[in-house]
Design a protein around this ligand. Sequence first.
Ligand SMILES: Nc1nc2c(ncn2[C@@H]2O[C@H](COP(=O)(O)OP(=O)(O)O)[C@@H](O)[C@H]2O)c(=O)[nH]1
Ligand SMILES: [Mg+2]
Length: 327
Amino acid sequence: MKKESIFEAMENDIINAKIDEVEKNKLLKNVMRMKEQKINIMITGTTGCGKSSTINALFDTEVAKVGVGVDPETMEIEKYELDNLILWDTPGLGDGKEADNRHAKNIIKKLAEVDNKGNALIDLVLVILDGSSRDLGTSYELINNVIIPNLGEDKENRILVAINQADMAMKGRNWDFNENKPNDKLKEFLEEKVRSVKNRIYEGTGVSVEPIYYSAGYKEEGEVQNRPYNLSKLLYYIVKATPANKRVVYVDNINSDESMWKDDDELLDYGKETRQSVFDSIVEGASEGADVGERIGGIFGTAGKKVGRIIGGAIGAVVGFLGGIFG
Ligand SMILES: Nc1nc2c(ncn2[C@@H]2O[C@H](COP(=O)(O)OP(=O)(O)O)[C@@H](O)[C@H]2O)c(=O)[nH]1
Ligand SMILES: [Mg+2]
């Protein structure tokens, strides 16, 4: 049996709400419109940086093949469609001159695509850097010369730079394998990496990005999954960079394995922030133009429950509506 989607939950909530029929119809219409929204994310970076591992860690599916020795010559953009969430797994640079030219052309073409409303198809580009590599030259080339110049306006909000394999940044040294987190020395090293990546991009393009570091985790044949680190932070940044009216798309597709979201730098309660921001944008989108005022908080009980379950949220936890947009 297919589980109830967030949209079905919202529709049921509206049908059962104690509001008049006119407002009900307005809300249902809004949900219908929300159902048609698609989010397109380009995930790019050098072969082996961890694009496939990151996709599989973030989302509730194992769509992306994790490669050991894939042939870069035959690699082109792979498309994964998870409901309304569309991922474009895109080879970056570093595969040799000829392949790189082709990759760059493919990226530029994809970034120039528009949807049926004339808006850029790609909402967000996630560039993954290999944190275990000392030479990030090809990544800077990719970001500064291929991606950023082709992002159109609003560049800052359409690119996210994330440094993966934080566990291997010092060849595995200074990683606390029991706690699954970096010790202070490695933390310092990673923070320095973040600063230097930020500077190199700013110097090259004038665009100011906020890189983060994380580990997608990994799974060896026949062994247990090594848990990710800061995956919750990565998702929080992805959600924040997603236009508010499209955030609903994540609810049905986030990896439901709680252990994936456990370990992070705890600078923020990323799960809570993400759930709240997704829920607020859902309520805002659903109630647009409807006169339901104060009652809005009580309407989306089941939908709130569904949102409450994402990113390691306690089963059954209900996210409450903050009411900020009406206050
Ligand atoms: N130690 C460690 N290995 C990783 C991490 N992310 C990916 N890997 C490994 O790096 C290799 C390449 O990853 P893959 O996802 O196929 O990279 P892609 O070519 O960018 O799609 C695989 O062996 C992964 O298991 C990580 O965060 N830490
Ligand atoms: Mg891959």
